[in-house]
Design a binder for this molecule. Structure first.
Ligand SMILES: [Zn+2]
Length: 260
């Protein structure tokens, strides 16, 4: 921990105020992350000093989850493990959840209402109350919006094949979806992105990494203890302050240069 235990009381109060101010101004800190950072700041600068036991004090201050009974500190630290999280569209979607097929549309989409099922047995039909007249909430000059499938010129059918494209500068993932009928497009795009994906850098982290921004500690050890077993430190460093800006990443370097 960065603050010396024997620092004058006033310095500690000032450092606490300044740190809390920065935490509240940090747009990366979601409410749970903010609570974790504030608890560590409290343990470091305010709580009666137990040098070397700052994280224990922070964990005690955060208490246990009312739902699981487990220490909240553990889950909050695990959630602050620096990592890249791909977008939801790149995940495994159930039927009807993924975005529509993005293969090009050749004929305009035309809405065809389903015809009512005819039973042929009049006596089986249950008499229903007559439906009220439909209410139309638009003016006479209203033009219905263009169907999104026609507007974007895409198929839009239920997706089946997923192709992941990696950004050559950030390593971030972009998902392309295709329906069963457009498997040829899925294969073509797979071939198209193969080389680019192989050359893409490790993805720039987009989650966590805030504890090292504010406090000095052997954070890699701490994260290893609480994060998922598959977690490993990103090559861009643990602190979110040290990561390249995904909006303006450094120019991509060809992979082979690294071997020189
Ligand atoms: Zn399609």
């Amino acid at each position: 921990m960065s603050a010396a235990a024997d620092a004058p009381r006033l310095d500690r109060a000032e450092a606490y105020t300044e740190t809390v101010h920065r935490i509240y101004g940090d747009r990366r800190a979601t409410p749970p992350a903010r609570e974790l950072l504030l608890a560590v700041a409290y343990a470091l600068f305010v709580a009666p000093g137990e040098p070397g036991r700052v994280l224990t004090t922070a964990a005690r201050a955060l208490g246990r989850s009312s739902a699981t009974g487990r220490p909240r500190f553990d889950a909050l630290v695990a959630d602050d493990a620096p990592r890249y999280e791909p977008p939801r569209t790149a995940g495994d979607w159930g039927p009807g959840q993924a975005p529509g097929c993005e293969a090009p549309r050749l004929r305009p989409y035309v809405y065809r209402p389903r015809r009512a099922a005819a039973t042929g047995e009049e006596e089986a039909v249950v008499p229903l109350r007559p439906l009220p007249e439909p209410v139309v909430h638009v003016g006479p000059d209203y033009i219905p919006p263009v169907d999104y499938r026609n507007e974007h010129g895409i198929c839009g059918a239920a997706p089946h094949h997923k192709v992941l494209e990696r950004d050559p500068r950030t390593g971030w993932v972009l998902a392309h979806w295709f329906c069963k009928r457009h498997v040829d497009h899925a294969e073509r795009v797979t071939d198209q992105v193969r080389e680019q994906n192989a050359a893409a850098p490790e993805p720039i982290p987009n989650r966590g990494g805030l504890l090292p921004v504010y406090f000095k500690a052997p954070w890699e050890e701490v994260y290893r203890r609480y994060a998922a077993p598959s977690w490993s430190p990103p090559p861009y460093g643990l602190s979110a302050d040290g990561w390249p800006d995904p909006g303006n990443p450094p120019p991509a370097r060809p992979r082979r240069l690294r071997a020189l």
